[in-house]
Design a protein around this ligand. Structure first.
Ligand SMILES: Cc1cc2nc3c(=O)[nH]c(=O)nc-3n(C[C@H](O)[C@H](O)[C@H](O)COP(=O)(O)OP(=O)(O)OC[C@H]3O[C@@H](n4cnc5c(N)ncnc54)[C@H](O)[C@@H]3O)c2cc1C
Length: 441
């Protein structure tokens, strides 16, 4: 009899791994709390299309996506901007989230995956230390493996016993609150930067963008603190002074949502359990892009499961998924959390200074389009470093902050490199502690 796999939540990684496993003869059912046809948000998303091939999917139809514009980054003063120059073959694609889901779901259904909509997962069913099923609004369901794709606040992860050593809480600085809406176009005036990304706009710690599209203006506000619609309105009013195309009427979106921007789980597997996507905190810890990472992880998880001929779905066999994930993705992502903490510690004036003196360059900003290279921001290039050093030495406080980040990045890189290659519960617990401590400020 084929082994039964339960996917909790129709997250991007979950639906992709469901398809890959179903193609190999596993009996896979996804349980999703939303109703059929209501998934996603009313806006577009950007992701690396190469991840589709990795997850065994083709490109979506040509009329369903376009290539993303290069972004232009602005510091609080907006006196100097920096421009991405992403080569054509490295460009991400922009797609409606509902079309992304439609593409993924079609692939899963064609692969034999069963999807049960309108079924809320409440938590895991445990037998000793093994996860053997899920409690849902429609009753209990049992499986040989539970793949947790329920997102950042997954009730499966949150209700696992502490003895499994899987982290639950997400600190305030580890999640970014986003407000996003498409506003009407208030003017036809030409804009110098079509996709404008602003750091600390209005002196507020956070990241925001104003993207001028043909028919509307896309506003995104991201902050590491709670904010409400009054703050959005005040901020939008402030932005309208420099962005006259930003109208006052919300035509799409207009929601607050949260994304985890922290290091991936130190332990993301247990007997009968594996987390993927936002439930395992896989988005880039600086900017929150998680779709491509979840897709890439789906291939690693599927390959690990298929390679385990014993079908034990034990922590020991699933640990290979975690090791390979860290090698391919996690170790590159983790140091970016240190860059995030640097941004927290900089003053708006220091951000302006980095832009205006060339401490940050177009090249650095272009690297930000490829997270795998973002840690290159802090790699040593003697000529570049000499230029930067001249300006950094004039600002000892800034130099100290950057130096501190360099030290914590080194700690994080060392911790990632020492991940145990084989499962041993004590060894893994001790590594998880070292890895987690490396991020402590
Ligand atoms: C505003 C915003 C913009 C973003 N923009 C981008 C972008 O441009 N590019 C990019 O790569 N990433 C982007 N992301 C991040 C991206 O959405 C996620 O990283 C990615 O979707 C992977 O998350 P996930 O699929 O694992 O989880 P989620 O997207 O959180 O999906 C979880 C699924 O589980 C379901 N679920 C949750 N709880 C339960 C339950 N109790 N029972 C049953 N089902 C449940 C949910 O309904 C949902 O379908 C953005 C996120 C947000 C919030």
């Amino acid at each position: 009899m084929s082994k039964k796999i339960i996917v909790a939540g129709l997250g991007h990684g979950g639906i992709a791994v469901a398809a890959l496993l179903s193609q190999q003869g596993y009996d896979v059912t996804v349980y999703e709390k939303k109703k059929e046809g209501t998934l996603g948000y009313d806006w577009t998303d950007i992701f690396d299309p190469s991840a589709l091939g990795i997850a065994g999917m083709g490109m979506p139809p040509k009329d369903k996506f376009e290539y993303k514009e290069d972004m232009t980054f602005f510091p609080p003063s907006e006196k100097k901007s920096l421009q991405q120059h992403v080569p054509l073959d490295k460009r991400e694609i922009k797609m409606e989230r509902s079309d992304i889901y439609a593409h993924f779901i079609e692939n899963a259904i064609n692969s034999g995956v069963k999807i049960k909509y309108d079924c809320e997962v409440k938590g895991p069913i445990m037998l000793g230390n093994r996860v053997v099923g899920i409690h849902t609004s429609e009753g209990d369901f049992f499986g040989d493996l539970i793949i947790d794709a329920c997102g950042m606040n997954s009730p499966v992860r949150l209700n696992l016993p502490d003895s499994l050593g899987i982290e639950k809480e997400v600190g305030r600085k580890e999640r970014i609150t986003i407000y996003r809406a498409f506003f009407n176009k208030a003017s036809d005036c030409e804009v110098p930067a079509k996709f404008k990304v602003m750091l600390y706009a209005g002196g507020v710690m956070g990241i925001s963008w104003v993207a001028s599209e043909d028919e509307h203006t896309d506003l995104l506000m991201g902050r590491f603190e709670d904010f409400d619609i009054n703050d959005v309105e005040k901020f939008a009013e402030y932005l309208r002074e420099k962005n006259p195309r930003l109208g006052k009427e919300v035509i799409r979106g207009g929601q607050f949502v949260e994304i985890p921007v922290r290091h991936t789980l130190a332990v993301m597997v247990a007997d009968g359990y594996a987390a993927i996507g936002d439930s395992a905190f896989m988005p880039v810890p600086l900017i929150g892009s998680g779709i491509a990472n979840a897709l890439k992880a789906s291939r690693i998880l599927a390959d690990t499961i298929i390679a385990d001929e014993t079908d034990s779905f034990s922590a020991e066999s699933l640990w290979n998924y975690q090791v390979k994930y860290y090698k391919a993705l996690g170790s590159n992502l983790a140091p970016l959390e240190c860059v995030k903490y640097l941004l927290f510690n900089l003053t708006p004036e220091e951000v302006d200074y980095c832009f205006e003196t060339g401490i940050l360059t177009d090249e650095n900003i272009t690297m930000s389009a490829d997270f795998g290279k973002m840690s290159d921001l802090f790699k040593i290039d003697i000529k570049d470093l000499t230029n930067k050093a001249v300006y950094l030495c004039k600002k000892p406080e800034l130099l100290k902050k950057i130096g501190k980040v360099g030290v914590s990045m080194a700690k994080v890189v060392t911790a990632c490199a020492s991940i145990p290659q084989k499962w041993d519960s004590q060894h893994v617990a001790s590594w998880a502690k070292t890895y987690t401590n490396a991020f402590k400020q």
